[in-house]
Design a protein around this ligand. Structure first.
Ligand SMILES: [Fe+2]
Length: 199
């Protein structure tokens, strides 16, 4: 029997799609269309339970702030509040080039849809990153193309370019293999969603 997507996850995907409506035509838009075409089929959930790290306490205030009437990301924030108890958070494993001293213990990532996600599948990754104030995430790259949707202020870097601030609700595209990183502001956590087309 085919898997059925839980309604809160379906609501999250609808809100994510709206949040990414401004993604540029060309390769970023095509990538997104490929991902949402794949999402027309559903996969079963992972078998392991949820997991939290101490830094995750910083997520709820961000989501509650975004979930105020009249905010552009209300639907997305509301769906993430619904999904939060199901998330399995972990630290990024391996070396952390470029990260600062606050990185370990100051960040967490969770797969929402993808390997080990609430919907467990291998053909795409949709997840969330949380960085405590002042955390600088490591430089990293990966073959799959990626689109970020940024839910808070914070800075991002791509390739050899300068750091930039997409702002709350901003999004941008990482072409395959490009080096990238992110950093929270000193007084505010950074929360960002990422979508990767893995195939
Ligand atoms: Fe990435």
């Amino acid at each position: 029997m085919p898997a059925e997507r839980p309604p809160e996850l379906a609501r999250f995907l609808d809100a994510l799609k709206s949040g990414l409506a401004q993604v540029k035509a060309g390769e970023p838009r095509s990538m997104l269309e490929r991902v949402f075409t794949k999402l027309e089929s559903c996969a079963p959930p992972r078998e392991s339970g949820p997991e939290k790290l101490p830094v995750c306490e910083q997520l709820a205030p961000v989501l509650l702030q975004l979930n105020q009437p009249g905010q552009a990301l209300t639907g997305l924030a509301h769906s993430l509040i619904e999904l939060a108890p199901e998330l399995r958070w972990s630290e990024r494993p391996g070396p952390a080039p470029g990260a600062n001293d606050l990185f370990h213990g100051g960040h967490a990532n969770a797969m929402i849809i993808g390997p080990g996600g609430i919907e467990n599948r291998r053909d795409l990754w949709i997840g969330i990153s949380l960085l405590a104030p002042g955390v600088r995430y490591p430089d990293h790259n990966h073959a799959p193309p990626e689109i970020y949707l940024v839910l808070t202020p914070g800075r991002f870097m791509q390739g050899t370019g300068n750091w930039f601030s997409p702002g709350t609700g901003g999004s941008f595209y990482n072409p395959p293999g490009i080096l990238h990183a992110m950093a929270a502001k000193d007084a505010q956590p950074l929360v960002a969603l990422w979508v990767l087309d893995v195939s």
